[in-house]
Ligand binder design. Structure first.
Ligand SMILES: [Zn+2]
Length: 209
């Protein structure tokens, strides 16, 4: 048995990734009979109550990925026009904790959200106009565009799809969950290459990320 803090990837009925849920939430979905099917590997065996007729204890088996009955929310999130909410945690993970100006890696606490075109110059607070930047680079850049102060972006900022966003929000993502998410990434997703490296690590240790 694994530790109980792995998260379970919940998908809609068509297999579109929706969100991470705890094992308690997964058990609740089983009792509500909202789980359509499971895939991925067996994560937990949870003991339930004892059946009054048979005297047997019920057991719920939880897999790393479960598909649940459809909802309006699910179909909205799989829509091409869906834009996930912008927040620093997901933004820093999108940029793999690199400052996109000096190319060094930093913990979240030393990064900031830089607006490539500053807000004061008409730039917007949207995924395509923000990058992770260390605080010194951000303050050096100040109220200027990168080309006005000799800075060059090391990668092009992009808006994650919902599947990419689910990946960016995950913690301790298991190898089979990564494979599953990657299959839903756009073909040109910049996150594909990174996942390849994570998967190579995961095959050694059983999990990663
Ligand atoms: Zn920097």
């Amino acid at each position: 048995m694994l530790r109980l803090d792995y998260q379970i990837l919940r998908t809609d009925i068509s297999g579109m990734p929706l969100e991470w849920i705890s094992y308690q939430e997964a058990v609740r979905l089983y009792y509500l009979e909202e789980v359509a099917y499971a895939c991925g590997r067996l994560l937990y065996r949870i003991r339930g109550g004892i059946n009054a007729k048979t005297g047997r204890r019920s057991i719920i088996e939880l897999n790393s990925i479960i598909a649940t009955q459809g909802s309006v929310q699910a179909s909205m999130k799989s829509h091409a026009a869906y834009v996930p909410p912008l927040n620093n945690k997901a933004l820093f993970r999108r940029d793999d904790n690199f400052c996109l100006y000096c190319g060094q890696r930093f913990p979240d606490s030393q990064l900031s959200r830089d607006h490539v075109t500053p807000l004061s110059r008409g730039g917007q607070d949207t995924w395509n106009n923000v990058v992770a930047a260390c605080k010194p680079c951000n303050s050096y850049k100040g109220n200027r565009r990168p080309e006005e102060c000799g800075l060059q972006l090391l990668a092009v900022p992009f808006t994650p799809t919902h599947a990419e966003y689910v990946f960016l929000q995950g913690r301790r993502i298991l190898a089979d969950q990564m494979e599953f998410l990657r299959a839903h990434f756009p073909r040109r997703s910049p996150l594909r290459e990174r996942l390849r490296g994570l998967l190579a690590d995961a095959r050694g240790s059983g999990d990663a990320a």
